[in-house]
Design a protein around this ligand. Structure first.
Ligand code: CO
Length: 337
């Protein structure tokens, strides 16, 4: 079996300082341990998501990686901890705290668990400083949310940050968060099922239609999780709109589909036909294995979608499972299982 590198999965440290106390403001995330390796991630007084020990226990994580033949993971914090809506100095402190806790977990993994950093994206200068500090400390990239309030991926500050990442050779993972339409999507996890893929789609289209990709260097490596959300399936619709409406073309000189090769996406689409289609649209060198492990909406048997596919070739599977990640993160990943 080829090397397997899961580039989209999440961690939570076993414990962290009481952030409500630290910052003197309510409604920060904290972990309520329930015993038996189970816990509830809390947001203030409200339960947010049930989690289990793979989030924080490195030996549990390695055991489950071994079980499913996963050689490496590149983990990122759950977006609940981005803190983009907080005071910039609080978000910067939060980023440093969790970035350092992530590296402590990596240090106990015998080189199999790696991390991408978080930054206080509401403060671009502080984000540039933190990403440099984190990369120097051992992070192999950065994860950012797809917006900061009403600032999207056409925002000059966010584009400046992406430019900085390209300049210092830091790969960027986009993760949707703070989902739109909350009033109408309070039931049945609609925020995760409908709004999340739309958030990622929005970020990708803002980069294209605002002309940001015309200005950003081609060396920028940016990957959108959940298979790029709604992007691939609706690309034809966007091209058609670009052809027939000048307000769509206004800042975007080339057909939207011509920018596809500037993006990477992960493989977390949970359906074989969807994955085949995604590889056809994005290209076999642009899809990387991702799972959303160890959360309930993640892949339960890690790697089963890609490995079990009857429509992907062996070459495509090798690219998706690890070779594309080696290019994206500009580093080798060796066989461990
Ligand atoms: Co995720």
């Amino acid at each position: 079996m080829s090397v397997a590198v899961d580039i989209h999965n999440h961690f939570l440290p076993e414990s962290w300082p009481d952030l409500a106390e630290r910052f003197g403001e309510p409604n920060w995330p904290w972990m309520k341990h329930l015993g038996g390796g189970q816990a509830m991630l809390m947001l203030g007084d409200e339960p947010y998501r049930p989690v289990y020990s793979a989030c924080w226990d490195v030996s549990k994580r390695l055991e489950e990686m071994d079980r499913d033949g996963i050689d490496h993971q590149v983990m990122s914090v759950t977006p609940l901890l981005f803190a983009y809506m907080r005071k910039p100095e609080q978000a910067a402190d939060c980023a440093r705290l969790f970035n350092d806790l992530a590296l402590e977990m990596c240090a106990r993994s015998n080189g199999r668990i790696h991390a991408v950093a978080q930054v206080p994206l509401q403060d671009i200068d502080a984000s540039c400083r933190e990403v440099e500090r984190a990369m120097a400390a051992g992070h192999i990239g950065v994860q950012i949310g797809n917006h900061v309030g009403t600032k999207d991926f056409d925002d000059e500050g966010i584009i400046t940050f992406l430019h900085h990442c390209a300049d210092i050779g830091c790969p960027v993972l986009e993760h949707p968060w703070d989902m739109m339409g909350r009033e109408r999507m309070s039931r049945y996890m609609m925020q995760w099922l409908v709004a999340m893929p739309a958030e990622t789609h929005l970020a990708m289209l803002y980069l294209i239609l605002s002309g940001a990709l015309e200005r950003l260097p081609k060396s920028l490596k940016i990957c959108f999780v959940h298979g790029g959300g709604n992007f691939a399936f609706t690309l034809g619709r966007v091209d058609n709109a670009w052809k027939h409406r000048d307000i769509v073309r206004e800042h975007c000189p080339q057909p939207p589909s011509s920018y596809v090769k500037r993006f990477w996406v992960d493989s977390a689409v949970f359906d074989e036909a969807a994955l085949r289609f995604l590889v056809d649209v994005m290209g076999e060198e642009r899809v990387m294995f991702g799972t959303d492990y160890p959360f309930p909406l993640g892949e339960q048997q890690l790697g089963s979608l890609v490995r079990g596919s009857t429509s992907l070739t062996a070459r495509e599977k090798a690219l998706i499972m690890s070779e594309n990640a080696a290019v994206f993160f500009n580093r080798p990943f060796d066989k461990r299982t």
